[in-house]
Design a binder for this molecule. Sequence first.
Ligand SMILES: Nc1nc2c(ncn2[C@@H]2O[C@H](COP(=O)(O)OP(=O)(O)OP(=O)(O)O)[C@@H](O)[C@H]2O)c(=O)[nH]1
Ligand SMILES: [Mg+2]
Length: 206
Amino acid sequence: MNTDRVQFIRCAYRRVEFPADGRPEIVFLGRSNVGKSSALNSLLHQPSLARTSSTPGRTRGIGFYLIDEAFYFVDLPGYGYARVPERVRRAWKGLIEAYLTDRLQLILGLLIVDARHEPKSLDLQMRDWLVAARIPYLVLLTKADKLSRHQLKRSVERAEPVFSPAEVIPFSARTGLGVKEVWRVIRARLAHGQNQVEENDHVAGN
Ligand SMILES: Nc1nc2c(ncn2[C@@H]2O[C@H](COP(=O)(O)OP(=O)(O)OP(=O)(O)O)[C@@H](O)[C@H]2O)c(=O)[nH]1
Ligand SMILES: [Mg+2]
């Protein structure tokens, strides 16, 4: 797999704009300004691919990035940013929910959580959506570079029971911590999906 081959496909604002080719998708979700777009960029070693900003609310639509013509990274807008107008917040919520519902090709969620804070109610809400939609996910405890080793250990211990049985991976878009571990899980999920397709082909007698 050549992860240097990345194409920005589109920014979708409505369900009809989501790609319809059925390729597997891996979604980045989390609270506003937590570091979703930065995590996506660091996994692809392309610092300025998805727009990031210290101002919350940078990502407005849903960004679709096609990797090696094989699967998508999907960058969601931040969830729960209070300082945008109610109308916009409702539109984002509707868009995110439209995306997370009935998306059969969604094979993995990367739930981005700030390592510095105890998981908040919005983090738990997103966990519950993923569980309800039966989407396998892992937690990236991001901005780990801002913590000491000891603080980070405590942060992992705090998060693990909250998200269990999902895996919790300390992560930093700044230092690259966790990048290899996250790719290990992504590759395993992609391989799993591939096996399923082959099994189905076999059953169908193809
Ligand atoms: N120190 C540090 N800063 C980070 C890290 N990841 C993101 N940031 C910073 O956090 C801010 C928000 O990052 P984004 O990637 O834009 O966050 P986002 O979740 O995509 O934000 P929205 O799209 O607005 O919801 C930026 O100033 C980033 O530089 C990290 O791992 N370490
Ligand atoms: Mg963003």
